[in-house]
Design a binder for this molecule. Structure first.
Ligand code: ACM
Length: 265
């Protein structure tokens, strides 16, 4: 696949605990993205529910099961109508617990995969069960890996996804610390992949979210950067197949040159 595709991040402000309002917002941003001819759109973490729950009970009240979620059904219908791949941060009621998840939805197959956040941040540890694996999904527009927010601080997350073949890493986020938008070009460079960080804006209780969604290239370029405080869509045209080239010099391939024999585990 060597075609250009248009990828975007929907930087929005979900409303804590209001599934109906969030569905409307998600719908309106997918419609805006369709007008921009976006092929792959990434929403922030927990876009269906908001983030800063006071307790597990409060989070559970607006967690949805993927199979009977009205939000997922809506996004599947819009994905198919607009021929758009969509990654949505999702407060998931799983079979055995709550998960801070992200769902990949494809225009022709509906839900293609679900990633459950591996590295839980701060009070998320009191609410969610951590996931145990990273996944890469082979799609018509490229190989898509997913991680969520705080996963960024562990280089192992992007590395694992890249070693599993990801060309584009979709990164729903609810960032509150200032570092991630500065670091993502380097995560992209050290793995030679494209990254799409979709952050949110606004405040919930004691947390303020920093916006600054970013799309980065395998050469550590910012392809698009959002504002700190506006709801907006940022986008860029990328060729995912460029992420297959892991050469930094004619004699250095960053994957083949790895020395796993001298690293810790
Ligand atoms: C975060 O992982 N939501 C900071």
């Amino acid at each position: 696949m060597s075609k250009l595709i248009r990828v975007g991040a929907a930087q929005i402000e979900p409303k804590l605990g209001d599934l109906e309002a969030n569905r409307k917002k998600i719908k309106s941003f997918i419609e805006k993205a369709a007008k921009l001819s976006i092929d792959l759109l990434v929403f922030p973490e927990l876009a269906n529910s908001g983030y800063n729950f006071a307790s597990r009970e409060e989070a559970e009240k607006c967690a949805e099961k993927i199979e009977d979620s009205r939000t997922i059904k809506l996004v599947e219908d819009l994905s198919s109508e607009f021929n758009m791949y969509i990654v949505l941060g999702f407060n998931e009621k799983g079979e055995d617990g709550l998960y801070n998840s992200a769902v990949l939805i494809s225009p022709d197959k509906g839900v293609l995969g679900v990633y459950r956040k591996v590295h839980l941040f701060y009070r998320e540890k009191e609410i969610y069960t951590p996931g145990n694996s990273f996944y890469v999904f082979d799609t018509k527009i490229g190989k898509i890996g997913i991680m969520i927010c705080f996963d960024w601080i562990f280089p192992e997350a992007t590395r694992t996804l890249a070693l599993k073949g990801a060309e584009i890493i979709c990164h729903p986020a609810n960032l509150v610390l200032p570092y991630c938008p500065k670091v993502m070009p380097w995560r992209a460079l050290e793995n030679r992949v494209f990254t799409i960080t979709a952050n949110r804006i606004g405040e919930e209780r004691d947390l303020r979210f920093i916006g600054m969604s970013v799309i980065c290239s395998p050469k550590a370029e910012y392809l698009a950067i959002a504002s700190p405080n506006l709801e907006e869509i940022i986008f860029a045209d990328i060729n995912p197949s460029l992420a297959r080239d892991k050469k930094i010099t004619p004699l250095n391939d960053i994957f083949q040159d790895r020395r796993s024999d001298v690293y810790f585990s």
